[in-house]
Ligand binder design. Structure first.
Ligand code: ARG
Length: 292
């Protein structure tokens, strides 16, 4: 049985920045040289895949689909834990066409035994998947972002679907529109987060659950470089190119930083974490999904 951490990624061949649904998206910049950006994006995605593999992970690649450039951000496809999949519902029409594509992909994965069960959100609720719902393995609960993209009401559905607590965190800024842009729990129990992205109530919830010695505050420069949007495999952290400040902080905590140039994707408001979706995450440390 393959026990490697399993990630879903999407072939970047159709990636582009052709609309603007978050403040980072720069369609004009993209249009200035689409071919060069597309080539850079392919190289960046391949480098991320290589970094995941080198860190001991395995990658499933979803085919690109025409007219759905943001399909390269599968973190937004669903919340996945213990083989259970809760499909996302996107706020913006620009991304709603991704829903049937991701649903079909999960049905395939279920046929292959890589996930077990697929559930949907009730009508009227929006939720953008693991981008706004992050599992904290140290504490055994989800952290749920809401406000810009995901509905508060969806957090209750997540809690019921997975039988786990979801700590609600309201996002205060449209620049940090998904929780994964400003919040990242690490394997050693620390939380890397950018405080100005949260409302006072959300900050109080973080600080009530994470002791001061485990809080790592990301500066504006670090968060703007999309470094909080990181993939953590064991002691390895894979992220976009990092300011020296963050390199030092994380090295002092015993993490190995792997930096990947993800600039073309940052031009769409995304980076390492949201270009992936972890498929084999279990709520019980050490459990192996396929053995269930
Ligand atoms: N252009 C995409 C959007 O605005 C980027 C999504 C990045 N995903 C994330 N989970 N941060 O929806």
């Amino acid at each position: 049985m393959d026990r490697r951490p399993l990630f879903l990624m999407t072939d970047p061949s159709r990636f582009e920045v052709s609309y603007q649904i978050n403040p980072w998206m720069k369609p004009d910049a993209w249009r200035s040289d689409p071919q060069a950006f597309r080539a850079q994006a392919k190289a960046a995605s391949a480098a991320l895949k290589a970094a995941l593999t080198a860190a001991g992970g395995a990658v499933e690649t979803l085919e690109a689909a025409p007219g759905l450039p943001d399909l390269v951000f599968p973190a937004n496809a669903a919340v996945v834990l213990d083989g259970q999949v809760l499909l996302a519902r996107f706020l913006y029409p620009e991304r709603q066409g991704e829903e049937p594509v991701f649903r079909a992909a999960f049905e395939q994965l279920r046929r292959r035994g890589l996930v077990r069960e697929i559930a949907e959100l009730p009508e009227g609720l929006f939720h953008e998947g693991a981008g706004d719902c992050i599992w904290d393995a140290t504490r055994g609960h989800f952290w749920g972002g809401y406000g810009p993209r995901s509905s508060y009401g969806a957090l209750d559905v997540i809690s019921q679907t997975f039988g786990r607590d979801v700590v609600p965190l309201e996002l205060a800024s449209d620049r940090f529109y998904h929780l994964d842009t400003c919040f990242c729990p690490l394997s050693g129990g620390e939380v890397l987060y950018h405080p100005p992205a949260f409302t006072p109530a959300a900050l109080a919830r973080i600080r009530a659950r994470v002791s001061p010695s485990r809080r790592i505050e990301a500066s504006a420069a670090e968060a703007t470089a999309f470094c909080v949007n990181a993939v953590n495999v064991g002691r390895t952290l894979i992220m976009a190119r990092a300011p020296a400040s963050l390199r030092e902080t994380l090295a002092a905590r015993g993490y190995d930083l792997v930096e990947v140039d993800l600039d073309p994707f940052i031009l769409s408001g995304g980076a390492a974490y949201c270009m992936t979706l972890r498929l084999d995450r279990t709520s019980v440390a050490g459990a192996v999904l396929a053995a269930e």
